[in-house]
Ligand binder design. Structure first.
Ligand SMILES: [Zn+2]
Length: 100
């Protein structure tokens, strides 16, 4: 597949990174894996599913592309910075807020 200028995000880069990390985790004896390790394995599995379905790197909320920089910093994020800040606002919506 030709490398598209519109997709600076390389699935191969992430797939390799996840595969490396998965190997580190699965090399651990099962009883030596922490809850966080197990959670990370789940995250890796679901990231591979999203890579396979070509939805990896797209926001689950608005379908916009998530920036490569954000994904490199937090490879398991599923939503873009905009939707995340909207969700954080929604979380605080129960608090009394000043009426405009
Ligand atoms: Zn979004």
């Amino acid at each position: 597949m030709p490398h598209s200028i519109q997709s600076p995000l390389s699935y191969i880069e992430f797939a390799n990174m996840f595969a490396r990390r998965r190997k580190e985790l699965t090399d651990l004896p099962v009883n030596a894996r922490t809850l966080a390790d197990q959670q990370e394995l789940q995250n890796i599995k679901s990231a591979f599913d999203r890579i396979n379905s070509k939805s990896f790197g797209f926001c689950e909320s608005c379908d916009e592309r998530i920036s490569a920089g954000r994904l490199r910093a937090r490879p398991f994020v599923r939503i873009c910075t905009f939707c995340q800040s909207e969700q954080e606002k929604a979380k605080t919506r129960n608090r009394p807020s000043p009426v405009a």
